[in-house]
Design a binder for this molecule. Sequence first.
Ligand code: HEC
Length: 267
Amino acid sequence: MKMTRIFVAALAALGLSGLAWAASSGQRAPEHHHWHNAGPFGTFDREAVQRGLQIYQEVCASCHSLDLIKFRNLGETGGPFESAEFPNANDNPIVMQIAAGYMIEDGPDDAGDMFERPGLPSDAFPSPFANPQQARGSNGGALPPDLSLIVKARSHGADYVRSLLLGYDEEVPEDVHVAAGQHYNPYFPGGLLAMASPLSEGIVTYSDGTEATMEQMSEDIVTFLTWAADPHMEARKQMGVMVLLYLFIFAILVYIAYRQIWANVKH
Ligand code: HEC
């Protein structure tokens, strides 16, 4: 009886502190979405990752870097342009073409000068700004965070980023003062951020013909960012399943061995 009471009290305290947190941060909990890659057997929807890449390139990349992703990652196992024909992603023509579409600063050359050259599969996506100061300068003092790990860096990352992208339409509550350069979004901690809604209906024309609705684009860019934050997710899950299978078979063998060993012992 006593234990149950303590348990109930602890639960109530937890619940209350959760409520207090939500109220103090003024942040709305993200809407739960069903992701193709969720769960122990979930895999990435390749086409969604490809469409998300297109959104990153055409919309987000003008402000956000993606430092940890190299072009060749796009063609590696689990990546959006993985191909059995090109096991070495550096030889994958789609990857080479995407990389070559960027100019990368390199150097110094023999004369000591920096120079620009077309991108190679081994290069990372270049940053839109030369340094954080320049990035802040162009964004009213706010720093657009690197998006490589954003889905992992935020709690309920995928649901949060999706809700954030879809959460700009809300009416501003009366007690919230939106300063110049700020935008109201109930899913952002504090409710005000320096990024205006980056997406709008039809802002991209998908190369695969999919209609670019807000819902579709938010799902696609988040799928891409989820892949970017965990490019080896599929291999990791497969390994997990194999390990469990192995342990299961091993447990049966151990049990059979135990029966054998003790079979003729009186007890
Ligand atoms: C015009 C520049 C600009 C573009 C384009 C842009 N962003 Fe941002 N973004 C920002 C800035 C600035 C911030 C920081 C806002 C702040 O801290 O007030 C930000 C913040 C974010 C955050 C972080 C929220 C957090 O919890 O810290 C996410 C996620 C994000 N952007 C995603 C995107 C995605 C996805 C796209 C493309 C669809 C995109 N952004 C396009 C400027 C931009």
